[in-house]
Ligand binder design. Structure first.
Ligand SMILES: Nc1ncnc2c1ncn2[C@@H]1O[C@H](COP(=O)(O)OP(=O)(O)OP(=O)(O)O)[C@@H](O)[C@H]1O
Ligand SMILES: [Mg+2]
Length: 124
């Protein structure tokens, strides 16, 4: 079996960097407890790769969750964030690879992103 899902290393790196840097910022901005980031990768039934990344950072308000994947949406100070990280991640996962990108977040508690990408195989 040969894995055929043509996900470019560069786009995977960009994706990881966008999601993970959000997690780093979230735990960095919260000083009350030990900052932690969890990453869990799994192969799901039906040939899906699942990557779940969670933090115990600042979390998000309903307003932020609603606009999370909008291009140019950022809560960073002017000149610091482009607000493109997650909208590009969404494009790579959902539009290019037919996968899904979901976010569960609770203000003050933390955030979890769930990436699911369909894998295509070629029998040899
Ligand atoms: N793990 C997270 N915890 C809390 N908020 C987050 C997390 N990840 C993203 N966000 C929120 O989502 C917003 C949009 O994220 P996105 O990556 O699209 O842009 P950005 O990080 O602000 O800018 P850039 O990616 O250019 O640095 C962030 O400004 C932040 O408010
Ligand atoms: Mg970002």
């Amino acid at each position: 079996m040969i894995l055929k899902t043509p996900i470019k290393t560069s786009s995977l790196c960009q994706l990881e960097e966008s999601v993970v840097s959000g997690h780093f910022a979230a735990v960095h901005n919260k000083t009350t407890e030990k900052p932690q980031i969890w990453i869990c990768t799994e192969l799901l039934e039906g040939n899906y790769a699942s990557i779940r990344i969670a933090d115990n950072g600042i979390g998000m308000t309903e307003e932020v969750i609603a606009r999370l994947f909008d291009p140019f949406f950022t809560t960073k100070p002017v000149g610091r964030g482009t607000g493109l990280g997650l909208s590009i991640s969404y494009q790579i996962i959902v539009e290019k690879h037919g996968g899904s990108l979901k976010c569960i977040s609770e203000l003050g508690k933390g955030t979890e992103f769930w990436i699911k990408i369909p894998l295509k195989f070629d029998s040899v």
